[in-house]
Design a protein around this ligand. Sequence first.
Ligand code: ATP
Length: 363
Amino acid sequence: MAETNAVEIQGVSKFFGFGEYAVAAVNETSLAIRQNEFFTLLGPSGCGKTTLLRLIAGFEFPTHGAIMLNGENIAAMPPFKRPINTVFQNYALFPHMTVSENIAFGLQMLGRPKAEIAARVSAMLKLVRMEALANRRTSQISGGQQQRVALARALAPQPKVLLLDEPLSALDYKLRKEMQIELKRLQAETGITFIFVTHDQEEALTMSDRIAVMSSGKVLQVGDPREIYDAPTDRFVADFIGETNFLEGRITALEGGRADVELAVAGRISASVPDGFVPNGAVTVVLRPEHATLCEPAESHIGGTLTDIIYSGTDTHYHVRLSDSATRFMVRQQNKPNHTAAFGKGDAVGIAIEPDAARVLRG
Ligand code: ATP
């Protein structure tokens, strides 16, 4: 029998305001988050991520739909009764209390016995590697250390689900990278389901088991990081995650999940199609810049004029104006030692595309 999902969002909408001023922060959304999963809600500012998290936590109530926790409808359960904890962006620690007192606080509120609290606090200090600073006030520790305490405090009551609302956004780049690894470790060691909110696509790709990409209150695609990056089904997802080339065209043949596409710029391309795709006139093909290389112009390749060469350390970005003069195409190539560029600005170039790299979008 299939395992019960940790959290299910069933046809949930959340409106703020009334009548013509109503805003659908979450709009008829359904999602299933599995047990022990590191699940990320990813999307631009205002897409409804935080509202969805607050609905799960119980700080907001859905206008429509149901939220299930381990198969049980939790609509009537107040936030403090839910076996769910939240780590907020600003940590919300008590500055006048020590690290240990902060971690103990939630357990005391739950009326847990003193001996159990002492044992949990000590286990949590070890888990987040903060034993040495146990008696320091949280106003006297660094941002990264505060982040660890906030995590320890949220994990101490052993919630079934931990909600994390952009918890790394206040940290500098290096610390953020370290904490990403730390969070993954904590999730693996505790086995707790993590629901993580971010607008940072790189963070989502590195940390998550699965990602839900959101826009305007709706979930557009759910998948593991590779699916989301390599096989976006929707234009918004393809554009939001990484850099992408879009080529317009029409399908001339469709067989076995592959399409021959005649491009609006001169040339043809073979592209895979999403499951259940029904062709309906014009299509858009997406292609990641690292899946293309520059070559000598040839009949069999799309091509154009090299307009810009941008060096970015690890790789070089080549901007090509395609033969219709309107479409821009980017090729990204990893830099190798002692490499000399084969093409210069203004050269006519061809673009060779790796097999299986191009995909037709659903819409
Ligand atoms: P961010 O990354 O900027 O935090 P978000 O994706 O978390 O954004 P939400 O905070 O969930 O987005 O907001 C979704 C939409 O709902 C936005 O248009 C926002 O203005 C609106 N909204 C959120 N909370 C309220 C509220 N209490 N009253 C009215 N509108 C709200």
